[in-house]
Design a binder for this molecule. Structure first.
Ligand SMILES: [Fe+2]
Length: 246
């Protein structure tokens, strides 16, 4: 082999990124503050299952939804401290931090610039909307957040009814710089066959930027453990997901 070819060829021992050390970006693991884990034992049980799957860093994202879950950074940090203490007491070695899943409603649109937003490191903000009706302000709030310097992560786009009959809207949102976070559960058919189909469409068109567990309860965690043995999961691993780079 010439010296030129030696440097050109990829060394056989080049380390591939360790895809098993994923960061999980979307879950409801703090006890008693939204529709996720109810008790500290629920939290530990789900975190143990995530560890078992190879997740080493968890950025958990309680709902912040003025009408249903009026959580604040103070409430969320207080619960985080509780979970961290329990993890230490149980010798569970996992990195856990908090962000939030912001519900986009009129209240959020009017107040987001006046409050502390719990972003994911890198100034990413995780947002969701109503499942049924497309909010009339959707494009505007996405644009406003982007121009304020946030990188907008749209939680589980495959789950919104108003997008399921209009796949072109996925492309429009994607082209406007909105990052798509698909739920692993969506690929299993857990929510519905239509949602599975939409998730597969996004995978086929390489429009997924991140995946998340969106774990609320142990059944979710266990279903994801099984999914991680599937061919579809292997297909997801081939994408350059942000899960591997943060
Ligand atoms: Fe969620």
């Amino acid at each position: 082999m010439s010296l030129f070819n030696f440097f050109k060829s990829k060394p056989k021992f080049a380390a591939e990124p360790d895809r098993s050390m994923w960061v999980d970006f979307h879950s409801h693991l703090l006890p008693g503050i939204d529709d996720g884990c109810k008790t500290i034992n629920d939290s530990l049980e789900n975190i143990r299952e995530l560890q078992h799957q190879g997740v080493r860093r968890i950025i958990t994202t309680p709902h912040i939804f003025k009408e249903l879950y009026p959580n604040t950074p103070e409430i969320i940090r207080e619960k985080l401290a509780l979970v961290k203490k329990a993890l230490a007491e149980n010798f569970m070695d996992v990195e856990i931090e908090v962000s939030a899943e912001y519900y986009l409603d009129e209240w959020f649109c009017q107040n987001y610039d006046k409050m502390e937003l719990l972003t994911i490191p890198g100034n990413f903000i995780l947002v969701e909307t109503n499942y049924m009706d497309r909010p009339h302000f959707l494009e505007q709030i996405f644009f406003d957040l982007q121009t304020s310097g946030y990188k907008v992560i749209f939680a589980h786009p495959e789950r919104y009814n108003y997008l399921l009959n209009n796949y072109q809207a996925f492309h429009t949102l994607h082209d406007s710089g909105i990052l798509f976070q698909c739920n692993l559960l969506s690929f299993t058919g857990y929510y519905s066959p239509q949602i599975k189909k939409a998730a597969e469409y996004l995978l086929k068109h390489k429009m997924i930027h991140l995946v998340g567990s969106d774990i609320h309860k142990i059944r979710h965690s266990q279903t994801i453990t099984q999914f991680k043995r599937s061919q579809t999961y292997q297909e997801l691993l081939k994408l350059d997901l942000l899960n591997n780079f943060l």
